[in-house]
Write a protein that binds this ligand. Structure first.
Ligand SMILES: [Zn+2]
Length: 81
């Protein structure tokens, strides 16, 4: 037999996402707009000058387009469905 007790746990719900580059904020209740802001996570290792650091930031579609247009080598694009 298992006995359970009621507990109250704090749950964190996403409220909004802000593009780190331009500052545009998207309310999390707008899931379509939320899909236009992308989380980027970089875990650096040796011999990177940022070795041991983990960076997390969000970038919107407009900023992704602006950044990647400045690339010397174009982005490799593949369709995902
Ligand atoms: Zn942006």
């Amino acid at each position: 037999m298992r006995e359970f007790e009621a507990v109250i746990e704090e749950v964190k719900r996403l409220k909004s996402v802000t593009c780190n580059l331009c500052g545009k904020t998207i309310d999390a209740s707008d899931w379509q707009a939320l899909n236009t802001v992308h989380q980027v996570i970089i875990a650096f290792s040796y011999p990177s000058r940022f070795d041991g650091e983990r960076w997390e930031f969000d970038v919107c579609d407009d900023c992704v387009a602006r950044i990647t247009q400045s690339f010397v080598v174009p982005v490799s694009v593949k369709e995902i469905l």
